[in-house]
Ligand binder design. Structure first.
Ligand SMILES: Cc1cc2nc3c(=O)[nH]c(=O)nc-3n(C[C@H](O)[C@H](O)[C@H](O)COP(=O)(O)OP(=O)(O)OC[C@H]3O[C@@H](n4cnc5c(N)ncnc54)[C@H](O)[C@@H]3O)c2cc1C
Length: 606
């Protein structure tokens, strides 16, 4: 093996070890997404369709009414974009309305509401101004989340109340020049002082939202590992989460507001730490477990992305409908043309699905389920890509009018682009979904192979695993719906889950451990899994709405037609992804890319 191959192999081994420790150390309950990869439908994760708890509904309605009135009067998204700043009056107003404490416990001044209720509020803000919704996301979903989840009682008492009241602002600082998608590669060092009372920070962070205006920052830094395991040397380090304040000597803002394309109202900063002393009491969670903290915090951020994208999608739909109903060309309104109808219908179907997925995923957090990391990743990828298509559709319906700054669409287009990059780039999350999802069936195969090498001693094991695999391959799981009208869709979804599992098994048998490098294959499986997840959420929502209308009405309301359109398209997309498992251009894609990557001179021949 060449030296570089050995290095890549060693790095891969290291990453696998880290991922195993990070993702699979706790109890592994079979959730919806992991179930799909095993050919099962874990119905109670998605059905019946969840609702905001009844005891919260009145408070939520009241909050939304007051929020809407405040935003109508005080929020000017165009001015925020132009001036690249969110006025303090808006921040104070949101704080006054309790937005920064929606899900924080009451004993620190929060409102103790559910994620589902919070998502409704974020959808409202996201429908109006992406800068403001990202700001709130950073303040409440991720900035104070590590404190809420991992803080000691003393840390919570000391730090949380001013954040919840908006007297202090929060930031979450993970990204660095060498640690973007590769979050584990944090280079900021935090060395323990000789007397052990504090850690000395050196390093820099970039792209940190609120970084220059926050008074409390959750910062990820590398600390030495106290070697307890034989394979870890004394020089090994691991990431730890710390609470940092900008008044600490050595903290500096090297760029307060990086000029940028979209979400211009947010303050995106570069920070530097030079011999900055941080007390050991400021460690959040356990030393060396910062990546677990970050991963858990980002779960919450990704659910908020789903809510904000849903809000923005609904605005795109509303704007497109307004324009299609009023603009006349060729003597007719645009909405009378089929190619415009197609866009409007696609947008309605997409927005319906985005809301359904967000609601279901938020409910997983509310139910206290342990392991929804795949669902939040799928939600993030799916809704951010759906919004991008929706903005594009709305833009096209508007034609030239969308291009000018007197209309909101050019801003919305610029704002929407960050969603596919921030809090886990979509490519990285797509690969993550496939690999974490395949771990369950992969392990079963590994156990089967090991047991097959001694079939007589492990006969029972071979029999049971074999039965499970064969069962999943021949039997479609039941998708339980209450409305008779939806049974054909439920059966089709069950059939697709079976087919999906067959392709997962095939991919594992064909590629074995090389599957870790086969991103084309990973992408097709992850895409199919996302469609199955989205379809399950849509089916659940549609079922609940039919039941609320008193059962099995055959006549579909327009909303239900949107659900139906989504399901048809989603099933088709899932099928296409799976069909491409055996019929794709992977080899030639690699060949062309490698040829192009070898040198720009090749481009002359294109
Ligand atoms: C406006 C804005 C606000 C932000 N706010 C914050 C914040 O508050 N806190 C914070 O910590 N960070 C923040 N970020 C950083 C953000 O999370 C990172 O930009 C993101 O994680 C991607 O890292 P990167 O930009 O270094 O891209 P890179 O990691 O360099 O990736 C570049 C491209 O390569 C692709 N890629 C990377 N690795 C792989 C792979 N293994 N397989 C396939 N494709 C791959 C990615 O998909 C991406 O499109 C913010 C960024 C922006 C732009």
């Amino acid at each position: 093996m060449s030296e570089s191959k050995v290095q890549i192999e060693a790095e891969r081994e290291k990453q696998i070890r880290a991922a195993e420790e990070l993702l699979f150390a706790g109890p592994q309950r079979l959730g919806l997404a992991k179930g799909l990869f095993l050919g099962r439908f874990v119905a109670d994760w998605v059905m019946p369709y969840p609702n905001v708890p009844p005891e919260e509904q009145a408070e939520l309605n009241d909050s939304l009414t007051r929020l809407r009135a405040f935003l109508d009067e005080h929020l000017d998204p165009a001015a925020i974009d132009l001036q690249a700043d969110i006025p303090r009056e808006v921040i104070d107003g949101l704080a006054h309305l309790g937005v920064f404490g929606m899900t924080a416990p009451k004993d620190v001044g929060g409102r103790g509401l559910s994620q589902m209720a919070y998502c409704r509020v974020m959808e409202e803000i996201g429908s109006r101004c992406a800068s403001t919704s990202i700001f709130v996301n950073v303040q409440h979903s991720i900035g104070m989340r590590a404190l809420l989840l991992f803080g000691t009682p003393e840390q919570k008492r000391r730090w949380l109340s001013p954040l919840v009241r908006g007297e202090k602002l929060a930031a979450f600082a993970l990204t660095e020049p060498e640690a973007g998608s590769d979050a584990a590669n944090v280079q900021t060092m935090a060395h323990p002082s000789a007397d052990g009372s504090h850690f000395v920070f050196n390093g820099e962070k970039r792209y940190i939202t609120n970084g220059s205006i926050a008074q409390v920052l959750t910062v990820m830094a590398r600390t030495p590992v106290v070697a307890v395991r034989k394979d870890l040397g004394q020089d090994d380090t691991a990431v730890t989460a710390f609470l940092v304040t900008p008044d600490m000597p050595g903290f500096s803002v090297t760029e307060a507001r990086m000029e940028k394309l979209g979400v211009r109202g947010t303050a995106t900063a570069r920070l530097a730490f030079r011999d900055m002393a941080v007390p050991k009491e400021n460690i959040l969670g356990r030393q060396g477990k910062g990546l677990k903290v970050a991963l858990t915090v980002l779960d919450f951020g990704r659910v908020t992305f789903g809510a904000c994208c849903t809000g923005a999608a609904k605005t795109c739909l509303r704007l497109a409908i307004q324009h299609a109903n009023t603009r006349k060309q060729f003597g007719r309104t645009l909405g009378e043309f089929e190619l415009i109808k197609k866009k409007i219908a696609r947008m309605a179907a997409g927005a319906y699905a985005m809301e359904a997925m967000t609601t279901v995923t938020a409910s997983l957090i509310d139910r206290g389920l342990e392991d929804y990391v795949l669902e939040t990743a799928m939600l993030k990828v799916f809704t951010t890509e759906a919004l991008w298509l929706l903005v594009n559709d709305a833009f096209q319906v508007y034609g030239g009018a969308a291009y000018f700054t007197d209309k909101p669409l050019e801003r919305m287009l610029r704002d929407a682009r960050i969603n596919q990059i921030g809090e886990g780039a979509n490519e990285v999350l797509t690969s993550f979904v496939a690999l974490v999802g395949m771990r369950g069936p992969g392990q079963q195969f590994q156990e089967l192979m090991e047991a097959l090498s001694r079939p007589w001693s492990d006969f029972r094991k071979v029999f049971l695993i074999g039965l499970d695999r064969v069962g999943a391959a021949v039997r479609a799981p039941e998708v339980p719906v209450r409305s008779r009208r939806l049974e054909p869709y439920a059966r089709r979804l069950g059939g697709l889950i079976r087919l999906f599992n067959v392709e997962v098994n095939r991919a594992l048998i064909r590629h074995r451990e090389e599957i870790l490098e086969r991103q084309y294959v990973q992408e097709r499986l992850a895409r199919a899994a996302m469609e199955l997840f989205a379809s399950a959420c849509v089916l659940s929502r549609w079922d609940a709405e039919l039941q609320a209308q008193n059962g099995d009405s055959q006549s579909g309301s327009p909303l239900h037609n949107a659900a139906e359109l989504f399901l048809r398209g989603s099933f088709r997309r899932a099928r296409r992804s799976l069909a491409e498992m055996n019929d794709a251009d992977d080899a030639i894609v690699t060949a062309v890319a490698d040829w192009a990557l070898r040198g720009e001179r090749n481009l002359g021949a294109v």
